[in-house]
Design a protein around this ligand. Structure first.
Ligand SMILES: Cc1cc2nc3c(=O)[nH]c(=O)nc-3n(C[C@H](O)[C@H](O)[C@H](O)COP(=O)(O)O)c2cc1C
Length: 186
């Protein structure tokens, strides 16, 4: 990126999963790489990581409430160069697959302009990941052609199980985000 180029703009959605703390690392990596980052957290995500951590890393207030600022969902969706949800819970995956928009994150994702790239980085317990409903929801979203899936890794999970479900490495997520920025219209 040349020094006079406008910084790339990342909209980061954080959901309520144990890997939410890794979204802090992703944020730090993105900021150091020159991205402007706006963070939207679900209410449950704030039970895992405090919004102040993201605010400190980004230098911007974190967005939590659909009704706190009029049209925040539209403005954020338009502002984004590319969106990423990391970690993405089974719950937000299900809502996205069904077109539900009952909080600021899902409403913003629903308002994302057509053609704008959205990277999904799910993380969950292995049994959740292998649940046929989760598999169906992911396939459905992938088939739409507007979402890029960063598959979870196999590892020893926080719950003690060994299997697939760990959040992909933040370095790999940022690489996918960077690759997808080029696909998004400005
Ligand atoms: C300790 C703990 C860890 C959790 N980790 C995950 C997880 O990694 N992935 C997931 O999909 N749900 C996880 N959950 C369940 C979600 O928090 C729950 O489904 C919640 O409704 C998700 O809310 P959100 O999608 O609005 O953020 C966890 C719950 C607890 C209590």
């Amino acid at each position: 990126m040349s020094s006079d180029a406008a910084p790339p703009r990342l909209l980061l959605g954080v959901t309520g999963g144990i890997a939410a703390y890794k979204a802090c690392e992703l944020t730090s990596l993105a900021v150091k790489a020159g991205w402007e980052v706006e963070v939207v957290m679900t209410a449950n995500a704030t039970k895992f990581v405090g919004p102040l951590t993201f605010a400190g890393l980004t230098g911007r207030n974190v967005h939590l409430d659909t009704f706190a600022d009029a049209m925040a969902h539209i403005l954020l969706a338009k502002w984004a160069g590319v969106a990423v949800v990391a970690p993405m819970s089974a719950n937000v995956l299900g809502k996205l697959a069904c077109g539900l928009a009952d909080d600021l994150l899902t409403t913003t994702l629903m308002a994302l302009p057509r053609g704008k790239a959205c990277v999904l980085a799910p993380a969950m317990n292995t049994e959740m990941w292998l649940n046929p409903v989760v598999i169906r929801n992911l396939r459905w979203l992938e088939d739409l052609g507007r979402y890029t899936l960063i598959a979870p890794t196999e590892k020893r999970l926080a719950c003690g199980d060994v299997g697939v479900g760990g959040l992909a490495d933040p370095v790999d997520i940022l690489a996918a985000v960077t690759a997808n920025l080029a696909l998004s219209p400005r």
